[in-house]
Design a binder for this molecule. Structure first.
Ligand code: HEM
Length: 464
């Protein structure tokens, strides 16, 4: 493998000085003013200029940008016990409390074990039918020639799916409220890297009030789901039942409403925001690559011939899977994954001091020409053939890591693949989406990678 760095826990005697990296532009802020303008673009330029390991000052944080797949594997998997989640996810506790995404240590291990059965293969088979039913219902309401905001549509659809599968509930009617609350919340997270933001968040600023209001709206919805279920107890086998029926191994106590709320809200948010973005970018990429779109349609017509897809079809739709994979590659919803070192750590002879932040960006690594140039095709080119098994075997595993890795790997990974491919297969049998001329397309990287101006598209019927 090319340029593989040596990665290990630190041996301070051999440590070199800091790795190269961009100079701070302001005291206290470091490179933050540049970084905040376009975080993924900035990380990409840092990696291109300074290589697989770069140092920069990000506000009060000492940050290291790690861009080699092997070093990423060692941080996320091999040496994962030396790391905790970084500041952004720690701060996400103001919204998510101690849910799976934000908790650490024993609590995380216990909760993960508890919710894992909700993602087993036999449960996914049932979810697949719900995913297709929701997609078919949405697709049945589309009208040819009509202009829609695809991001809003995909948010509604993925919320309907997560509500039905994990909560046996219809949250579609709350979709616009949840969507608006998420936009408010994410805009506050935009300021989280700024020095002293913890204190700013305690002031009665308009942005803080909007955040509190949005959080209260989400709480109302989630506590409503919990109250409904407590009023009609019983095991429906979904995630909410698992949470409500769980008992501590030692004292057999159940979870409090607050604990159930944290876990339920975490799954409601993590389970729709990411897939909504991934699907929106998929429709965008298809609209820009008619040759790829034609290959997708040919596969759907050949394999499905007009019928609805099912779980068993997932393995028969390699091109559809490749299209969704290309969207996850070029527009990874989790555009950066952060960790904080608990002890000194060394990469390639450099010592990374304890408490430093390590930033690993799928946006950067998924565009690295070392792994993603194929023949004449540059990394930016969309090509589902990159996902042929022989091509995959040529690349280091962590050249593609949209779902992270190790014990903190996304619990919904298989759910998300099934959802992405089945939604695409259901809707693209009937519809083509075309970008509205002049609509500006730009990314907005907050915690997820959203389309900054939404995604205005016109619906075209494929079947006339
Ligand atoms: C395309 C869709 C998705 C992407 C790209 C994605 C990405 C990720 C990533 C990168 C992480 C790890 C973060 C870290 O290590 O710091 C993660 C964790 C998580 N994801 Fe996803 N996710 C997706 C869909 C889902 C879905 C559908 C669900 C639930 C239904 C979900 C629930 C979670 C949860 C609960 C965690 C925390 C796991 C833990 O720490 O044990 N995600 N996701």
């Amino acid at each position: 493998m090319e340029g593989s760095p040596t990665v290990s826990r630190s041996s301070p005697r051999a440590a070199l000085a800091r790795p190269p990296g961009p100079r701070s532009v302001r005291p206290f802020l470091g490179v933050l003013p540049h970084f905040r303008k376009d975080p993924p673009g900035y990380l990409l330029s840092v990696a291109r200029e300074y290589g697989d390991l770069a140092y920069m000052r990000l506000g009060p944080q000492h940050a290291y940008v790690v861009s080699h797949p092997d070093a990423i594997r060692d941080i996320l998997v091999t040496n994962q016990s030396n790391f905790t989640k970084s500041r952004i996810l720690e701060r996400a506790k103001v919204l998510l409390g101690e849910g799976l995404l934000t908790s650490e240590g024993d609590l995380h291990t216990r909760q993960r074990r508890l919710v894992q059965p909700a993602f087993h293969r036999d449960r996914l088979i049932g979810y697949a039918a719900d995913m297709v039913a929701c997609a078919e219902q949405a697709s049945g309401q589309y009208q040819p020639g009509v202009e829609i905001d695809m991001h809003r549509e995909m948010t509604r659809l993925t919320l309907a799916i997560v509500g039905r599968t994990l909560f046996s509930a219809d949250v579609a009617s709350d979709a616009d409220q949840i969507g608006a609350a998420m936009t408010q919340i994410l805009s506050l997270f935009d300021t989280l890297l700024v020095p002293f933001s913890e204190w700013l968040q305690k002031l009665p600023l308009p942005s803080v009030r909007r955040f509190e209001k949005a959080r209260a709206q989400l709480d109302r919805i989630v506590y409503g789901l919990i109250a409904d279920r407590r009023a009609h107890p019983g095991d429906t086998g979904d995630l909410l039942s698992m949470l409500l029926l769980s008992q501590d191994e030692d004292d057999h106590s159940g979870m409090t409403d607050k604990q159930v709320r944290d876990e339920a809200l975490t799954h409601l948010i993590a389970g729709h925001e990411t897939t909504a973005n991934a699907l929106t970018w998929t429709w965008y990429l298809l609209s820009q690559n008619p040759d790829v779109e034609a290959r997708l349609h040919a596969e759907l017509d050949r394999v499905l011939g007009g019928r609805l897809p099912s779980f068993d079809d997932l393995s028969r739709l390699p091109c559809t899977t490749g299209v969704f994979a290309e969207a996850l590659r070029l527009f990874p919803p989790a555009w950066a994954i952060g960790r904080r070192a608990s002890e000194d750590y060394s990469i390639d002879g450099y010592t990374i001091p304890a408490r430093s932040i390590l930033l690993m960006s799928p946006w950067v690594v998924h565009r690295d020409p070392r792994w993603w140039t194929q023949g004449d095709a540059q990394p930016e080119r969309v090509d589902p053939a990159r996902w042929d098994p022989e091509a995959v075997a040529q690349r280091p595993k962590f050249a593609f890591f949209p779902f992270g890795g190790g014990t903190r790997v996304c619990i919904g990974e298989r759910f998300a693949w099934a959802e992405g491919v089945l939604v695409l297969a259901t809707v693209a049998q009937h519809w083509k989406m075309r970008l509205v001329p002049g609509h500006p397309v730009a990314t907005q990287a907050v915690i997820t990678l959203r389309p900054r101006h939404g995604m205005k598209m016109t619906l075209q019927s494929r079947t006339g």
